[in-house]
Each structure stands twice: as C-alpha cells, then as structure tokens.
Design a protein around this ligand. Sequence first.
Ligand code: NAP
Ligand code: COA
Length: 264
Amino acid sequence: MRAHFDYTGAAVFVAGGTSGINLGIARAFAEAGARVGVGSRNPAKVTAAVAQLSRPGREARGAVFDVRDAAAVAEGLAGFAGAAGPIDVLVSGAAGNFPAPAHQISPNGFKAVVDIDLLGTWNVMKAAHPHLRRPGAAVINISAPQAQVAMAMQAHVCAAKAGVDMVTRCLALEWGREGIRINSVIPGPIDGTEGMARLAPDDAARARVAASVPLGRLGVAGDVAALCLYLGSEAAAYVTGAVLAVDGGWSLALGGLALAPVAP
Ligand code: NAP
Ligand code: COA
C-alpha cells in the first residue's frame, strides 16, 4: 500500500538527510515531486545523496555543514532557499548516538550528543526560519523513543531528544501565528539503519527488538517517510505541536512486553 501525496513544486530541506531514515524521508519527498535539499558533515555522503535524490529537471541540492555550526547551517539553508524558493517543508533529523553507561560518558561525550541533537535542531530551525513559506510551512523534527522512555546507556540521548520535543512544542506556540506548523516524529526501531546497528548490533539483539514490537516487525524508513509526507501536507493543516510515534506500538509497552511476551 502506498500513501499518495503531491509535492510538485514544493521545496523540502532535510538536515541530516544523507543516510538512513532521513535519506528515506528525502527520497519520499523527491518521489512525490518536491525539489529536495539535504545537508550533513561528510561531503561524499552529501554528493551521493544529491545524486540519488535528483530527478530529471529537478536537481537536488546539497549543503555540507555540521549542525553544531550555526553560521554554516545558516549559509546552507540560505543557499537552498535562494535556489529553490521559500521552504515548504523542513525536516531536522541530524543526530548522534553511542550506547554508554553514564559513568563512561565524559562531559564532552554528553555535550557532543546534546549539541548535535538538541542545539543542532535549534540551529536548523533558526537558520530556516527566515526562509520558511508563511503561511503554510511545516517543520518536522525527528525525535526518538528516548525522548519519552528512560533507557540505560542512553542518558545523553534521552536528555537531548526530550529537549527536541519541548522545542517543537514551544516554537509551535510562537510560530503558529506566522502560519508555520511544527511537529515531532518518533520513529521506532528502524531496520538497516545506523541507529539500530549501534543499539542492536547483532542478529539476536535485532530479533529481540523485533519480537518486542506489538506489530511484530522492525520498521522501515518508508514507514517514517509516510508520516512525514502526511505532516508536511494540507491533510495535516490543523496539526501542530504534536509528538507522533511511528513505531508499531513499541513505545506503548517497552519493558512490559519483554517481561510478558504477547502470544502471536
Ligand atoms: P544515520 O544514518 O546515522 O543518520 C544521521 C544523519 O545525520 C546522517 O545523514 C549524518 O550525516 C547526519 N549527521 C550526524 N551528525 C551530524 C552533524 N553534527 N551535523 C550534520 N549532520 C550530521 O542515522 P539513523 O539511524 O537513520 O537516524 C536518523 C534519525 O532518526 C536520527 O535523528 C535518529 O535519532 C532518529 N531515530 C532513529 C532510529 C533508528 O532506529 N535508527 C530510531 C528512532 C529515532 P554525516 O555523517 O555526513 O554528518
Ligand atoms: N562511549 C563513550 N564516549 C564516547 C563514545 C562511546 N562509545 N563515542 C564517542 N564518545 C565520546 C568521545 O570520547 C568524546 O569525548 P572526549 O573528548 O571526552 O573523549 C566525545 O564523545 C565526542 O567524540 P568525537 O568522536 O570527537 O565526536 P564527533 O563530534 O566527531 O562525533 C558522535 C559525534 C560521537 C556522536 C559520533 O558517533 C557521530 O558522529 N555519530 C553520527 C552517526 C550516528 O550516531 N548515527 C545514529 C543516529 S541515532
């Protein structure tokens, strides 16, 4: 089954859109007709993503920046808007994660994750703000289950992503008057991604996670992209400040399912 959304003529920028879930989101918008831009640190990843996302007559645009560098992000977003016009959909999904117990996370380790996930999201939103279409733009911040559920080895990510969701809510209040909607998306465990590889590094761990999802499978990037296509569209015209999970029900019963597996 496919969701059908028409983004012909729309300008969509995905920060951190050069791999994994975010690249899947960028691809879905490109397939729906949008002019797409992506930005991240690694020039080779940016070049490869631009090649994947370009369509005949609709060249994708890439920007190389670290989301921790506000000036570089501002330059990247201005360059995209200069070429593609006012931004209709902004997706902010750059993130960093490593599993580690708190006593092994240095101040700089904690700061690295908070600066990429939380300050980075802030920098992306602030840099895009002058270029967002008003009224009508949609901002989508990619959060994580860690924003809502405490997890061992993830104190830095939990803190950062909880902050992302609160920024979503606060700026939805402020920018709503300008006709800009802002929502957070919480992907569940998504197969074939760097995030999953870091948290569930082998087949046994992957199988345990899959078995703990009420819908009985890991997610795919397209599951997350479908929610983003909806949130960026007119169909979501009255949805703002929401934090929406696309996780097969995973976050409903984290822990509980592991203790009492649901019969198939
Ligand atoms: P990923 O492939 O590693 O994607 C991360 C992206 O962010 C890459 O394009 C990376 O490119 C970019 N990035 C990282 N640090 C950056 C920085 N400092 N400045 C600019 N760009 C930066 O990871 P993923 O697993 O698909 O995760 C994507 C998003 O989904 C993240 O927000 C993550 O928290 C969220 N999420 C993932 C899962 C999952 O199951 N994987 C579950 C819940 C939430 P460069 O290396 O070129 O910078
Ligand atoms: N355990 C404990 N500390 C760790 C660590 C680990 N596994 N990995 C990194 N750190 C610490 C480093 O030691 C350093 O702290 P220090 O200066 O006190 O030694 C700090 O984190 C920053 O590391 P550095 O490698 O300089 O940061 P970076 O900015 O180059 O990279 C990361 C940021 C660490 C988040 C890196 O993993 C990354 O770039 N991730 C992006 C991809 C990703 O995580 N994808 C999944 C998204 S869910």
